[in-house]
Design a protein around this ligand. Structure first.
Ligand SMILES: NC(=O)c1ccc[n+]([C@@H]2O[C@H](COP(=O)([O-])OP(=O)(O)OC[C@H]3O[C@@H](n4cnc5c(N)ncnc54)[C@H](O)[C@@H]3O)[C@@H](O)[C@H]2O)c1
Length: 435
């Protein structure tokens, strides 16, 4: 870190508060894993920030440090956790309800989990019909709700002696909505808060409160939160980093690994049918058509941008892409996702690929929460603001700062992520074109 660019990144001194609206399966698994990593030495598997190396310079130089030793990230020991939830009282109860982790793993970190007590949520059942919120702020004005969240953030920081904070939305997927007039500027949004505009959802009130407080915000769910003109304007004005949306786990992770491979080989695609069974609270929420529609639109965008049907009409202009999620309680968090992929090759001969991914959603999502929190904090300390496109790697529907299509190819996304870190640290980008 002797170069002058690195010197421009404020060091990661003091505590980092990771705040999550939502204390369900993903967050309780995330917290348990971080505690197990710091108290039991369990490896944070799946976390790029903790486990991946980054090549620097020519291959002949042999410089290949861990990312966490190359960029000044917050140390896991310096993290404190805060959350809001309308149902879960604390992270221990959330972990028990979610049943992602086995009882021994929960017991071994039970005291720490229990100490993460949920703050009362800003919640409106209109946006998540399947949930009955009980631990909810009794404030009818959205403006007051936003101010209460600003107060929560300030109090959390003070009570825990935080140097910095980040917020990652891990709440339930909200009902589908398009952006409307109230989202077009900060002035319109603030007027909307005062008038209780029904187009404003709870996640947007959290996003507003975070950005107003100078806290970076990443959106792990597919609902609109910071991918709105008003939030982009506010983030730029307050010099705050934002990113979204929808953690790329499970089936979409597979899709963004396989589709670039098919395209690399110039194999044609006729159809991709994806279906899932899922039995956790997320699955229950997504069983409601308005909430599923939000998820569906975030999942469907992926193939078109990877395969570029305009550039390759013979191979990719006639694709049937279908995505289904069915709530099936016996599976709990252990989702099963099937993909039936109909491809064609030389002389148009048809072939099929079948995937049966018995995945664990929260096990895949937890390291993403960690990486996003640490990298958003890094971006903020590096003086970045607005949309952090270099974090597209983590999202199903990456937010862009302009009208350009997002990059979905996971391998290009990883190159972009690493080259951004190299650039911030004064190292040359690695293009693989030379040594
Ligand atoms: N697990 C994955 O692989 C994955 C992948 C992509 C996106 N996501 C998204 O991440 C989110 C969390 O997933 P999960 O499996 O932990 O779900 P979950 O249902 O276990 O947890 C979500 C929690 O959010 C709470 N909540 C709802 N509205 C809230 C509000 N207004 N304020 C605060 N809390 C609120 C719920 O009470 C619940 O406890 C979901 O939106 C999900 O779609 C998950």
């Amino acid at each position: 870190m002797e170069n002058h660019k690195a010197a421009n990144i404020r060091p990661a001194q003091g505590k980092l508060g990771i705040l999550t609206p939502g204390l369900g399966a993903v967050v309780s698994t995330f917290i348990a894993g971080v505690i197990a990593a710091r108290s039991q030495g369990k490896e944070p598997i799946g976390s790029i920030s903790q486990m991946a190396n980054i090549r620097l310079g020519d291959r002949s130089e042999g410089r290949n440090p861990r990312i966490k030793d190359f960029v000044p990230l917050a140390d896991l020991n310096d993290i404190v956790f805060g959350a809001w939830d309308p149902i879960s009282p604390n992270a221990l109860e959330a972990a028990k309800t979610a049943r992602v982790l086995n009882p021994q793993d929960i017991d071994s970190v039970a005291a720490e989990l229990e100490s993460v007590v949920a703050m009362e949520a800003v919640f409106d059942q209109q946006w998540v019909k399947r949930l009955d919120g009980v631990r909810v702020k009794e404030l009818s004005s959205m403006w007051d709700q936003a101010q209460a969240l600003v107060d929560d953030i300030a109090n959390f920081s003070q009570d825990n002696g935080c140097d910095r904070m980040v917020m990652v939305w891990c709440g339930s997927t909200e009902a589908y909505q398009e952006a409307s007039e109230v989202h077009m500027s900060v002035a319109a949004f603030e007027a909307g808060l005062k008038e209780n505009d029904s187009n404003i959802s709870p996640s947007q009130i959290y996003a507003y409160a975070a950005i107003k407080s100078g806290v970076p915000f990443a959106n792990g769910a597919p609902n609109l939160s910071v991918d709105l003109p008003c939030m982009q304007e506010l983030a730029e004005a307050n010099d705050v980093a934002i990113a979204g949306k929808d953690f790329k786990t499970g089936q979409t992770l597979m899709k963004t690994m396989i589709a670039p491979g098919l395209k690399a080989r110039m194999l044609g695609l006729r159809g991709w049918y994806s279906t899932n069974i899922l039995g956790n609270r997320d699955g229950e929420v997504l069983d409601s058509p308005e909430n599923f529609k939000t998820k569906e639109s975030s999942k469907l965008g992926v193939l078109d941008t990877i395969l570029q049907p305009d550039a390759y009409p013979d191979l990719y202009s006639n694709i049937d892409h279908v995505v289904r999620i069915n709530y099936y309680p016996p599976r709990g968090d252990n989702k099963e996702g099937w993909d039936a992929i109909d491809i064609f090759g030389w002389m148009g001969y048809e072939m099929q690929i079948k995937i049966d991914f018995l995945c664990r959603d929260s096990i895949l999502a937890a390291p993403i929460v960690l990486d996003l929190a640490l990298f958003m904090d890094l971006a903020q300390r590096a003086g970045q603001s607005g949309v952090q496109e270099w974090l597209s790697f983590y999202f199903k529907a990456p937010q862009t700062s302009n009208e350009l299509a997002p990059e979905h190819d996971i391998f290009i996304q990883l190159i972009k992520l690493k080259n951004t870190l190299r650039e911030w640290m004064g190292e040359a980008p690695v293009t693989h074109s030379e040594a």
